[in-house]
Design a protein around this ligand. Structure first.
Ligand code: AMP
Ligand code: GLY
Length: 427
């Protein structure tokens, strides 16, 4: 099979690495890819915004399956476009991807499906939203309706912070149109957990659980980011409770969507929070998580490619997924300034540390080659390393041992990925 992966992050490198192992693969392309993906696939410099160019490329090269990484393409209708041309593609259609591209759509469907989620109100007028804050008790969570690459959520502990977020989103339009409608919701407390399922729109084939680390700094301080590290599996939920949580938080959504003639095919990611009253949904994503994918795929023993193809064809995979019993832990290294503006073109050294071993995997994200062929930074999240170990502690040691050998000016990473799980095991 000829496969095209679209995207350029660590998630796409992990997908490319996994798909490369399939005996069914004959040729792997990535658009646009990154310096790491270029070592295992042919990278083609297509713009991710140019859906026509992607369709043309897939036709010209007779691609058997296209796999979409980023949500922006799903929201732009890349799947609808490919399907209209008779091309096979993995991912949900534009209307199904609204579970991620509109937080208001997601909340409304959760309400109609009886899925536990934080109480909320929707606003399209800044003055009314501010008035609501003044009349209620903090803390609040303010969320922009549209896609915002992790910058659309503010957890405000005071009324002033909440008002400031509303001004930024709705009046200053810091996120463009994505922030013209907002949600204000109650803050929930508990451990967070990412659950991902493959689905044909009806049945669910779950992937191993993971926990992301969204805050920039150790001890979960600092601003939200795209994710600074993850580990798998997540020990905060027993296997039995994991399946129960899926039945409460994912299955009813698929059912409601299909009643409304929206068939969700692809991978559905539910961001859960384990409250005292059970699991609640914080958000849905219509794609693989980043960096969850970098933590989860190294544990997957089954061939991923047939699963992606079956889902793309609307068939439910017959084989269960097989998992490595070991723990995995992924640590992300980011550019100085991330998640704000950052410099590009900074030379990276020491990546020999993550030449592949049976218990260590390096995934590139924002990397490129300069004119001299040197590996340089080209994004906010630059690369990540995943360690595997018989215990979470061992996986953590492996990953950090490699991370400490990789260097570039201004590089920063969290030193405490996995901390909360390790503390909970201890207690
Ligand atoms: P989201 O993009 O909706 O997942 O939000 C990003 C992060 O904000 C989540 O991973 C949580 O850490 C936090 N968050 C979002 N909604 C809530 C909520 N209702 N209560 C507490 N934290 C939240
Ligand atoms: N790791 C969070 C996300 O992929 O949205």
């Amino acid at each position: 099979m000829k496969v095209l992966i679209v995207g350029s992050g660590g998630r796409e490198h992990a997908l490319a690495w996994k798909i490369r192992q399939s005996p069914f693969l004959s040729k792997l392309y990535a658009a646009p890819g990154n310096a790491g993906i270029a070592e295992i696939a042919e990278c083609v410099p297509l713009s991710m915004e140019d859906l026509d160019a992607l369709v043309r490329f897939a036709k010209e090269k007779e691609i058997d399956l296209t796999v979409i990484g980023p949500e922006s393409l799903l929201a732009a209708g890349v799947v609808d476009r490919f399907q209209a041309e008779g091309l096979k593609i993995f991912g949900p259609t534009k209307s199904a991807a609204r579970l991620e591209s509109s937080k208001i759509f997601a909340k409304e469907i959760m309400l109609r499906s009886g899925v536990p989620t934080a109480e909320f109100k929707v606003f399209d007028d800044a003055a009314q939203a501010k008035h609501h804050l003044i009349e209620s008790e903090p803390p609040f969570v303010i969320k922009a309706d549209g896609l915002a690459s992790g910058k659309g959520v503010v957890v405000a502990t005071s009324c002033e912070d909440g008002v400031q977020a509303i001004t930024k989103f709705m009046e200053e339009k810091s996120l463009g149109e994505a922030g013209s409608r907002i949600i204000i919701e109650e803050r929930l407390e508990g451990e967070e957990l990412s659950v991902l399922v493959f689905t044909d729109g009806e049945s669910m084939l779950p992937l191993a659980s993971a926990q992301d680390h969204k805050r920039l700094l150790d001890l979960d301080r600092g601003p939200n980011t795209g994710g600074m590290g993850a580990y798998s599996p997540c020990p905060f939920l027993s296997n039995e409770d994991f399946y129960k949580a899926l039945d409460k938080t994912v299955r009813p959504i698929l059912h409601t969507l299909s009643k409304e003639k929206i068939i969700y095919r692809g991978v559905l990611y539910a961001g859960l929070i384990l409250t005292r009253n059970g699991p609640y949904v914080l958000e849905y994503n219509a794609r693989f998580g980043d960096p969850e994918t970098q933590a989860v795929l190294p544990r997957l023993k089954s061939d991923l490619l047939p699963v992606l193809l079956e889902i793309a064809e609307g068939r439910f995979p017959v084989q269960p997924l097989e998992w490595d019993e070991r723990y995995s832990l992924n640590v992300v290294m980011a550019s100085a300034g991330y998640p704000g503006p950052y410099e590009k073109g900074v030379v990276i050294s020491g990546t020999e540390a993550f030449r592949e071993k049976s218990d260590l995997f390096g995934f590139h994200a924002g990397t490129a080659r300069n004119d001299r062929g040197e590996l340089v930074t080209s994004g906010g999240r630059v690369l990540s390393v995943t360690g595997l170990g018989d215990t979470l502690k061992h996986a953590q040691e492996k990953a950090y041992e490699a991370i400490y050998q990789i260097r570039f000016e201004g590089a920063h990473f969290r030193k405490d990925i996995g901390r909360r799980a390790l503390e909970s095991v201890r207690s």
